[in-house]
Write a protein that binds this ligand. Structure first.
Ligand code: SAM
Ligand code: SF4
Length: 317
């Protein structure tokens, strides 16, 4: 279905939980979040019903996210059910990768097409610092497991943070040299737990182009990333620039939170509850959410924060 600005809405991101096994400093408070009562988050049956209704309205791609989607028990069963929705063309996951060594083969068998894995640094000490509790070797084992299970093409999400990982731009980009992965540098967004970050942390993706002038621009593929390639490389480098280049005109997505609200826009306060609705009422409410997508979100900068009143782990990125 098209929204009021003629954008075709085909992509639903579903947050399965606010909980996470890591505590990235730009996403979550150090103490984590309080576990909700089981009944406070959508059951798998509810998620499937909402996804089916969304597919009837033209959703063709679903991405499961969180918090950390792999900490939600029974996720493989949910994936199998979602993959059974006939109109669905792609089922993907965004994950920190830590639990993939256990789950990757089962997820693939359940019909998950591919995964995006977050990897902000290649330095074990820095990985521990940014995630507060994580071990780089676990994330790398997850990447290896995803590759072995065929959850590909892999995309590696790297939040670019001035003074933290800008010195690793060449090393991270060089992961694309021999393998057909996409390393995506994402500008740090002023949302959630980033209030204490200094203005210098909000580094525009221009820094990647300045550091790697040899990057060759590739044609747009309709996604949110501007794509480049290192000469002769097997993979690609993506730049996602919510601060320095607004991509709202290409936005094709809506988001479902773990507690059953649809967010028409990541950076808006507006949330449209869908929990407890069925049939025609559910369909109409989803249509309403699509029609409420704003033309664009306000300008974001080190000084101007997102209007979303949730942390990233409560939205799903
Ligand atoms: N736990 C999973 C993961 O880390 O991939 C999925 C959820 S996480 C909220 C989704 C994505 O949002 C991750 O790639 C993460 O790096 C990104 N993210 C979180 N907070 C962010 C922020 N303030 N600015 C930019 N990206 C952010
Ligand atoms: Fe967890 Fe992902 Fe947020 Fe990191 S970015 S704390 S892994 S939800």
């Amino acid at each position: 279905m098209r929204d009021t600005f003629e954008r075709e809405i085909t992509y639903l991101r579903i947050s399965l939980t606010d909980l996470c096994n890591l505590r990235c400093t730009y996403c979550m408070p150090p103490e984590g979040v309080q576990k909700r009562e089981h009944g406070q988050i959508l059951s798998f049956e509810e998620i499937e019903e909402i996804a089916r209704a969304a597919a009837e309205l033209g959703i063709r791609k679903i991405r499961l996210t969180g918090g950390e989607p792999l900490v939600r028990r029974g996720i493989v069963t949910l994936c199998r059910k979602l993959r059974g929705i006939p109109a669905l063309e792609e089922l993907a996951l965004t994950t920190n990768g830590v639990l993939l060594p256990d789950l990757a083969p089962e997820l693939k068998a359940a019909g998950v097409d591919r995964v995006n894995i977050s990897l902000d640094t290649l330095d074990p000490e820095k990985y521990q610092r940014i995630t507060r509790v994580g071990r780089l070797e676990d994330a790398l084992a997850g990447i290896q497991a995803a590759r072995a299970a065929g959850l590909t093409p892999l995309k590696l999400n790297c939040v670019l943070i001035g003074g933290f990982n800008n010195d690793e731009i060449p090393a991270l980009a060089s992961l694309t040299e021999r393998e057909p992965v996409e390393v995506r540098f994402i500008e740090l967004m002023p949302i959630g737990d980033t209030a204490s970050f200094p203005p210098t942390a909000y580094l525009p993706c221009e820094a990647v182009l300045e550091r790697l002038p040899q990057l060759e621009r590739l044609p747009e593929d309709g996604g949110v990333a501007q794509r480049y390639r290192l000469p002769g490389a097997a993979g690609t480098v993506g730049l996602i620039r919510p601060l320095s280049r607004c991509f709202c005109d290409q936005c094709n997505r809506i988001r479902l939170t773990a507690d059953g609200r649809v967010k028409p826009c990541l950076h808006s306060r507006e949330e449209i509850p869908v929990r407890g609705l069925h049939g025609e009422a559910l369909r109409r409410q989803l249509e309403r959410a699509i029609l409420h997508k704003p033309e664009q979100h306000g300008v974001l900068s080190a000084q101007v924060r997102s209007e979303a009143h949730r942390n990233m782990n409560q939205i799903g990125g």
